[in-house]
Design a protein around this ligand. Structure first.
Ligand SMILES: [Zn+2]
Length: 283
């Protein structure tokens, strides 16, 4: 029976690598995740990925964010050459090595964090931003090292530190090496604190897991974007563990502000001005 050996003419979804699957934010038109309005993608990009109809803050790529918030041409990137290794030879549905290779090819980034030195309204900052599209912004040994160096650089230059977090947490594929980064980054902040400059942490949607449980929540000033999901374990895991329904808006920025966990919620369009004010007062 020849047709037994025939290959299917269409590939199944499972065969398609998740890194290349199109999202509803790709293409010429985009659909707002909140109000379902169809928006011309260029308009959305010009509006810093904020929906012009309902003000929903869509994911804003790290490089566009740094270009939009820092003074023009002030950003100098560091540690771009650092590349992740595969110390455990890890493999799940795909080899970690292959996953890294395809993600790096698709995004043109070596790992999930971009860092360097720049200026905001003239104030020098050692800055870093997560690339959430890179394996959910997960923190492995390279991300942890780059985060630690943000604080080391700020300490050496005697300038403020600024980190934009958007992460699913520790990178499971690196096991204990990724969990170690929580301690390493926290220790780097402790050393940075022997100086007098502030660390401003900006929490984006989502900031969870080991990233939320370490340097992201150690800011001297903690800001968040509207309606960002911020917490250690996700709401579904907590509900299943405590067998109780969680309150409306649990782990969203507004809920956290009401409960004293963050200092302020800042609209993306006002963030540059707000950062400039804080750096002017504290930096
Ligand atoms: Zn909308």
């Amino acid at each position: 029976m020849a047709w037994f050996s025939k290959k299917p003419r269409i590939s199944t979804e499972a065969e398609q690598p998740s890194e290349s699957r199109p999202s509803r934010m790709e293409g010429l038109w985009a659909k707002c995740e909140s109000c379902d309005e169809i928006i011309y993608r260029q308009d959305l990009e010009k509006n810093w990925m904020v929906c012009p109809h309902c003000e929903h803050h869509h994911a804003w790529p790290a490089r566009a964010r740094l270009a939009g918030l820092l003074d023009p041409d002030s950003f100098e990137e560091f540690d771009k050459e650092l590349e992740p290794q595969d110390p455990l030879g890890f493999s799940d549905s795909k080899k970690y090595k292959d996953r890294l290779k395809s993600t790096r090819k698709n995004l043109g980034e070596n790992d999930a964090f971009i860092s360097g030195v720049g200026r905001i309204e003239g104030h020098q900052v050692s800055v870093g931003a997560f690339v959430f599209e890179f394996m959910g912004g997960s923190m492995g040994s390279v991300v942890g090292e780059k985060v630690a160096r943000v604080f080391e650089r700020a300490h050496d230059l005697k300038c403020s530190a600024l980190v934009f977090s958007a992460s699913g947490g520790a990178r499971m594929q690196e096991g204990i090496f990724s969990l170690m980064q929580m301690a390493k980054t926290s220790a780097a902040i402790a050393r940075f604190r022997t100086g007098t400059r502030p660390y401003i942490s900006v929490l984006l949607n989502p900031t969870t897991g080991g990233v939320a449980a370490s340097f992201s929540w150690l800011g001297d000033v903690i800001l968040a974007e509207p309606k960002a999901l911020i917490g250690f374990a996700g709401p579904r895991v907590i509900e299943q563990t405590i067998r109780q329904k969680l309150p409306e808006g649990f782990q969203r920025s507004e809920f956290l502000l009401d409960h004293g966990m963050i200092d302020s919620i800042v609209h993306r369009k006002e963030l540059r001005t707000k950062l400039g004010q804080i750096l002017g007062l504290l930096g």
